[in-house]
Design a protein around this ligand. Structure first.
Ligand code: ADE
Ligand code: ZN
Length: 333
């Protein structure tokens, strides 16, 4: 199974690039930029990664992002992720970034996007990994601040495929961002949103009906609403599920309690993703293999997850077909 998962061609659709900041890189960037850290060792950083819920993680995640200052920092961060993804046979990746976590600290939008997109271009050339960039608005901040960020992104329209919504979910429903998402769609962006991670099934409905999203990030709480499940199945709305994240942030008590297998068996287009791999203990293959062993996923389930990842991606139809053909050749052995 481990070997099958390693060799399985797959796409990642839910990865926050700031969440791929490994403690080693955090220390080296802190040194390079002369920034003091409150931790005295890499082990101390890892020990702090014991979370009780989403907010307890986000507090540390934004603290970690503070070491990112220069264009080269964003390049190094993105490049380190791409090398890991390519080594795990990730053939395509759609990466979230949180510009407000940086512009609010005085870092220029241009610095952030140019470091990330320069690494993505080298990744396409040197690692044969295709990619897209998704700008996320921080939902704990105002809709006005999100609109300002959208305006800042417009000159970089050709480098961004979609906009999304992340950060503290409960108390910040999708409807709060309706005008921003309307404007983003007018400007030609696709849309996604985190919903139903900690928030109720109604947030998933709002994301679909009010924000017009093409995918739901997480969405695991959909199972509490039978009508919503019927709709997700009928419309084949993709869910970007993140198993290790859900256990680390206590959405499920243990991996054996995760509903990934139930979602698949119910006919929902679920995918597996890493979310914030440096914080949650694994990249794509660790997510696949931990879920596989805890839930007894078979080869066919793993094939379905990989196939869903290509189908749910924002690639052009011919690019999807090519990757699915590659997957089929591997699966038929
Ligand atoms: N930002 C980074 N990871 C996130 C998650 N799992 N949920 C919401 N916002 C996030
Ligand atoms: Zn996420």
């Amino acid at each position: 199974m481990e070997k099958f998962i390693q060799s399985l061609p797959k796409a990642e659709l839910h990865i926050h690039i700031e969440g791929s900041l490994e403690p080693e890189l955090m220390f080296s960037l802190a040194r390079r930029n002369g920034i003091p850290l409150r931790f005295d060792s890499i082990e101390a950083v890892r020990r702090a990664y014991a979370f009780s819920n989403l907010q307890s993680f986000l507090d540390i995640y934004y603290e970690g992002a503070n070491v990112l200052r220069e264009e080269q920092d964003f390049y190094d961060l993105t490049w380190a992720y791409l090398e890991k993804a390519a080594a795990q046979n990730v053939r395509h990746t759609e990466i979230f970034f949180d510009p407000q976590a940086h512009t609010d600290r005085g870092i220029a939008f241009e610095t952030v996007i140019s470091g990330i997109s320069r690494a993505l271009a080298v990744g396409r050339d040197k690692l044969a990994i295709s990619s897209g960039l998704i700008l996320c608005f921080l939902r704990h901040l105002s809709a006005t601040a999100a609109m300002k960020t959208l305006e800042e992104a417009l000159p970089y329209r050709d480098r961004i495929i979609a906009v999304g919504l992340d950060s503290s979910e409960v108390g910040h429903p999708p409807e709060k961002f309706k005008p921003v998402f309307d404007r983003a769609r007018e400007a030609g962006f696709l849309t996604v949103a985190h919903a139903g991670e900690e928030g109720p099934p109604d947030y998933i409905r709002q994301a679909l009906d009010i924000l017009g999203v093409s995918r739901i990030d997480h969405g695991v709480r959909c199972m509490e609403d039978a009508d919503l499940v019927d709709r997700l199945v009928a419309q084949q709305v993709p869910l970007t599920v993140c198993p290790l994240s859900n256990v680390k942030l206590r959405v499920f008590d243990t991996m054996a309690d995760h509903n990934l297998k139930t979602l698949l068996d119910r006919g929902i287009r679920a995918t597996v993703n890493s979310d914030d791999p440096a914080y949650f203990g694994g990249y794509m293959n660790e997510n696949y293999s931990t879920a596989q062993s805890a839930l007894g996923l078979g080869h066919q389930d793993l094939y379905r997850l990989a196939r869903n990842s290509f189908e749910a991606s924002f690639l052009a139809e011919d690019e999807k077909r090519e990757l699915i053909a590659e997957l089929d050749v591997f699966y038929r052995g």
